[in-house]
Design a protein around this ligand. Structure first.
Ligand SMILES: NC(=O)c1ccc[n+]([C@@H]2O[C@H](COP(=O)([O-])OP(=O)(O)OC[C@H]3O[C@@H](n4cnc5c(N)ncnc54)[C@H](OP(=O)(O)O)[C@@H]3O)[C@@H](O)[C@H]2O)c1
Length: 353
């Protein structure tokens, strides 16, 4: 079904639900954007909403999320809320006639992704998951190299994304809000592995270290794809900043140093091919991938182009994440974590949170 908002206006008017830490990146993507502008923000805290609107130039502040959805001057809603609220507010925004850019992960269950798909279809609107790195030319180049055969036959995808979580009361640590490193940063590793594989895994395994509230602070996942390709990843809240992807082929390995958060303003991100002891630099340009993500959705709304991250892709991501989470929890439920001899670690490690 063709989207309708594009027929109404050539410049899409955006509203933000949740003026938190990530929201300014989308504000920046809308600055000097000939096809979109920020017009409204909604916060549960009127003061926070006003301060955000003043700083970022939004005309309207709504004191409830419902009020922003009822605002006829908003065409597109950016859902920048904690994970556990994504599906509900995406469906409500679609039913209010808005298009939606929703932060990752789009939902916490496959049924919720399907509910989003149904709401999009019945309202003739578009909903996309905000995986900005999939819009970066670095990702496109890596996929091109992997698929070209330049690395030989693909063997393994290895990825990592971790950081030291120090914010007190962070929703990332709340089990009721979809907390956990798997949902927060492991979702990047799962998405890139599936993107490279070009198919869904037919076997998975997951291991996690959970805190007292049942939220994983560290996760190690393994995926097997029908082609025989293997992937493994780690995600975490207790480890130093780390992001990396390696695509290992029978003849060479492609290493991406900043696969998920390449800096838009610094030097281009570094990508290298390692072959027979030699290292070859791969040229990549530096762009604002949040801007590319916004432009991609605006193109889908105004021109009818296919969004780069569609709901089928998101559905596969969520299905894999649910299976990984379940696998790691089943190990606890079935009589405790398996131990192979003593686990050497410093006192205190694994007991935070
Ligand atoms: N794509 C990326 O690069 C990227 C980076 C970081 C995060 N993210 C994703 O973006 C989303 C938001 O992350 P963030 O770091 O911006 O989060 P945050 O600052 O902790 O929270 C965002 C907003 O959520 C609202 N909120 C509503 N109910 C809440 C509750 N019960 N507890 C706490 N906050 C609540 C708050 O807005 P009000 O109280 O003002 O209404 C808050 O400002 C997450 O889904 C995360 O996975 C994406």
């Amino acid at each position: 079904m063709r989207p309708r908002a594009g027929k109404r206006t050539a410049r899409l008017r955006w509203g933000i639900l949740g003026p938190g830490r990530i929201a300014p990146r989308i504000v920046r993507a809308l600055a000097d954007n000939e096809r979109g502008e920020l017009v409204a923000v909604a916060s549960r805290d009127p003061e926070r909403g006003r301060a955000f609107a003043e700083r970022h130039g939004a005309q309207t502040v709504h004191d409830t999320y419902e009020a922003l959805l009822a605002d006829p001057s908003v065409d597109v809603v950016y859902v920048a809320l904690p994970n556990g609220l994504h599906a509900e507010w995406t469906v409500r925004a679609l039913d209010a006639g808005k298009h939606v850019l929703c932060e990752k992960p789009l939902a916490l269950t496959v049924a919720d992704v399907d509910a989003i798909g149904e709401a999009a279809a019945r309202n003739g609107r578009i909903a996309v998951e905000a995986f900005m790195y999939l819009h970066h030319p670095q990702t496109a180049k890596a996929l091109g190299i992997a698929r070209s055969g330049a690395l030989g036959d693909l063997q393994v995808i290895s990825s990592a994304f971790s950081f030291l979580l120090t914010y007190p009361n962070d929703p990332r640590l709340d089990p009721a809000l979809g907390g956990g490193s798997l949902w927060d940063v492991g979702c990047y590793a799962v998405s890139v592995s599936r993107r490279i594989a070009g198919e869904e895994p037919d076997g998975i395994a997951g291991f996690a270290r959970f805190d007292d509230r049942g939220v994983d602070r560290a996760f190690v996942g393994q995926l097997h794809f029908p082609s025989g390709l293997l992937a493994h990843f780690e995600s975490g809240f207790d480890a130093a900043d780390r992001e990396r992807v390696e695509i290992v082929g029978s003849e060479a390995t492609l290493a991406i140093e900043h696969p998920f958060l390449p800096e838009p303003d610094g030097p281009p991100p570094r990508m290298t091919i390692h072959r027979d002891g030699a290292v070859e630099e791969v040229e990549v340009e530096s762009i604002d991938d949040y801007r590319a993500e916004v432009d991609d959705l605006q193109g889908a709304i105004l021109d009818g182009s296919a969004p780069r991250v569609d709901l089928a892709f998101s559905r596969g991501s969520i299905a894999t994440l649910v299976a990984l989470d379940r696998a790691a929890r089943a190990r606890i439920g079935s009589g405790g974590q398996e131990r192979v001899g003593p686990v050497p670690c410093r006192p205190g490690v694994g007991r935070r949170g």
